[in-house]
Write a protein that binds this ligand. Structure first.
Ligand code: GDP
Length: 297
């Protein structure tokens, strides 16, 4: 289960205070030391941990906690509020174009879940808003990426535009957008190529597609299981492409959870959705408050 270690350590740290009546500043210091270690162990970015601990500590040594008869509860409340803040406070809805189609460019490293997530999101819009999405297969490098998108498109009954693997991806996107406009599709998903790591050639290609398509969203898919690396990848893509949001996948797996807590603060970009399984229905809007509750257990 995601966050298991973090949840347990946070609960242990705070439970020590439950046995005390009133607490002292030294008690606060001790619990903060443990919270800091718990976050670092969960692979939360170092700077994020530092800022987080500082904020919680400043609030926790105030009268509202030290003089409270239920100090542990007060600390839980503060930690909860600060967790919510670090993850972006509110859910962040999709940017929509004022006229159709809304263009959503999906980017990410190979294996992060980009293709699956494109289809999941198309499916969600279709189910929840009666939308008529359209998907463009512009990953010509990964063997079977086009077939994968076609299979998923078939499963969710969403058309997939492809031109095989011999045409330049920018040209595929150009023609795909024309077809989507003719067909009056309201959402267009562009499934771009991913690599094993960020490289210049890939970024140049993505920048060209961005310039041509002028997307309303550039959604970066990152794998929560990769921890700190997910944060670095997010920074890298954001520096090059100025992404509009992040989708964190594989939160159903055994992730320590650090990425969920770090990405917003490190990149300044919101996590918009989370992937929690392999099925088409396993995509949810990211709610910072629900995630905080999940972390605190
Ligand atoms: P891409 O290379 O980024 O396009 O990655 P894919 O969409 O091909 O996904 C790689 C693998 O991750 C596939 O086996 C997906 O089923 C799986 N996957 C994607 N999202 C999730 C998720 O949220 N949870 C789990 N458990 N698996 C996922």
């Amino acid at each position: 289960m995601a966050f298991e270690g973090l949840t347990e350590r946070l609960q242990n740290a705070i439970s020590k205070l439950r046995r005390k009546g009133k607490i002292s500043e030294a008690d606060v210091k001790e619990v903060m030391r443990e919270i800091r270690l718990a976050l670092l162990e969960a692979d939360v970015n170092f700077t994020v941990v530092k800022n987080f601990v500082k904020k919680v500590k400043n609030r926790a040594v105030g009268a509202e906690v030290l003089e409270s008869l239920t100090p542990a509860q007060q600390i839980v409340k503060i930690v909860n509020e600060e967790l919510i803040e670090v993850m972006g406070e509110e859910a962040s809805p999709l940017n929509k174009s004022s006229k159709i189609p809304t263009i959503i460019m999906m980017v990410g490293l190979q294996g992060a879940g980009k293709t699956t997530t494109a289809a999941k999101l198309a499916n969600k819009l279709k189910k929840e808003q009666n939308a008529r999405p359209f998907m463009i297969a512009a990953d010509i490098y990964r063997p079977a990426a086009i077939d994968q998108l076609k299979i998923l498109g078939n499963e969710i009954d969403v058309p997939v535009f492809e031109m095989g693997t011999d045409v330049n991806p920018v040209e595929i996107v150009r023609q795909g957008l024309e077809v989507a406009k003719e067909n009056k599709n309201d959402y267009v998903f562009i499934d771009t190529a991913g690599r094993l790591q960020i490289d210049e050639k890939l970024m140049n290609e993505l920048a060209e597609i961005k310039e041509l398509a002028n997307p309303n969203e550039i959604l970066l898919t990152v794998d929560a299981m990769t921890g700190q690396n997910a944060v670095e990848v997010a920074q890298g893509f954001n520096d090059q492409l100025d992404v509009t949001g992040v989708i964190l996948t594989k939160l159903d797996g055994d992730t320590r959870g650090g990425a969920a807590l770090s990405i917003r603060e490190v990149t300044g970009k919101p996590i918009k959705f989370i992937g929690q399984g392999e099925k088409m229905s396993d995509l949810d809007v990211f709610y910072p408050d629900r995630m905080a509750s999940r972390i605190l257990g």
